[in-house]
Design a protein around this ligand. Structure first.
Ligand code: ATP
Length: 342
């Protein structure tokens, strides 16, 4: 049975500094929930409060509807995977995994079965008797994951588990983590500062900045409907431009330059006609066009990346924007060329 996690108005202070002030969120049973934000925003602090390494200075944390504020780490039944794996170098793979089961008073047979099952789940059966220094980084991280889940914890916590791996292995391991998490069906809290990783594996994401939650939602909703400028810039790339809001015959437009305006269907109500609005445009949402319609600019740099081409364009009004076009959408545009963006 998967459990829910409720973080309710939680406060954390280190001496006189309040690092987290009345933060609330709710994690559903079986969900992979990611805390995402820049370095120092309080992700690890919150994770350590959930597992019990950090005390709670206000509010409450409830696991399966039971408050855990004063329950010690050892009684919380949680598994944790760290950035540096934290597996024991002097123990074989099997012994590392068995370690967590030692105090659980399991019979020898049950213990063997659990270990073999988990080795199979994380695909390291072959390495059962190897020592950690004879394993790759990815294999070591699989051992750490196996050790965390072999105890059948109610909750799995992962703090930047992939940061020590190279780029290719990171992608491979994040797929493995997601598939194992779904197979086991365990409620998981995942900490990362890598927005692509968060988008790739999460059911839902909480974007944090300065100890404050900026937005909670599915990867798609956060990417497509960022709640504010911070989120739009932190998740993916975003060009933020100033524009003037206009209303003509009941239709709303944003005026982006002296000669160019776009009709907008979904402006927030608080925007007032004649007022300045901030518009966030994803690089792939711009279209370079040959009809000479739109924002005029000059290509200052281009990068051909195979799947697409990135252009850095200085607009006539002075802002620089990043534009991504499918590789086959337009002929490669030389640096220095004048272009028009819709
Ligand atoms: P990173 O990705 O760099 O690990 P983070 O988002 O996990 O960052 P935290 O480690 O939670 O951030 O730190 C949040 C804030 O709390 C930071 O300003 C940090 O300096 C502070 N902090 C964390 N632990 C302590 C501590 N034990 N004593 C004092 N301040 C602390």
């Amino acid at each position: 049975m998967s459990v829910s996690i409720i973080v309710d108005n939680v406060v954390k202070k280190f001496e006189d500094t309040t690092v987290i002030d009345k933060l609330s969120l709710q994690i559903k049973p079986g969900e992979l929930f990611t805390l995402l934000g820049p370095s120092g925003c309080g992700k690890t602090t919150l994770l350590r409060m959930i597992i019990g390494f950090n005390s709670i200075d206000g509010g409450s944390i409830r696991i399966a509807d039971k408050e855990v504020n004063h329950i010690p780490v050892s009684k919380r039944n949680m598994g944790m995977v760290f950035q540096n794996y934290a597996i024991f170098p002097h123990m074989s793979v099997k012994d590392n995994i068995a370690f967590g089961l030692k105090n659980r008073k399991l019979g020898k047979e049950e213990m063997e079965k659990r270990i073999n099952d988990i080795l199979r789940v994380v695909h390291i059966e072959k390495y059962k008797d190897r020592m950690p220094d004879k394993l790759s980084g990815g294999q070591q991280q699989r051992v750490a994951l196996a050790r965390a889940i072999v105890i059948h914890p109610e909750v799995l916590l992962m703090d930047e588990p992939l940061s020590n791996l190279d780029a290719k292995l990171r992608v491979e391991m994040r797929n493995a983590i997601r598939s194992i998490q779904q197979q086991v069906g365990i409620t998981t809290v995942y900490v990362t500062h890598d927005q692509e990783e968060a988008l790739a594996i999460s059911d839902r994401i909480a974007v944090m900045n300065g100890g404050v939650i900026q937005q909670i939602g599915t990867p798609k909703s956060i990417y497509e409907r960022p709640a504010n400028i911070f989120v739009s810039k932190f998740i993916g790339t975003s060009n933020v431009m100033k524009a003037t809001l206009k209303v003509e015959n009941g239709e709303k437009y944003i005026q982006l330059s002296d000669t160019y305006q776009e009709k907008m269907a979904n402006l927030k109500d608080q925007a007032k006609p004649g007022g300045t609005v901030l518009v966030s445009v994803r690089p792939q949402e711009f279209m370079i066009n040959e009809e000479k319609v739109g924002l005029k600019g000059k290509v200052i740099r281009s990068m051909f990346l195979g799947i697409n081409t990135h252009y850095f364009i200085e607009l006539e009004q002075g802002e620089e924007v990043e534009v991504i076009q499918d590789a086959d959408a337009v002929e490669l545009i030389p640096e220095g060329a004048t272009v028009y963006l819709k």
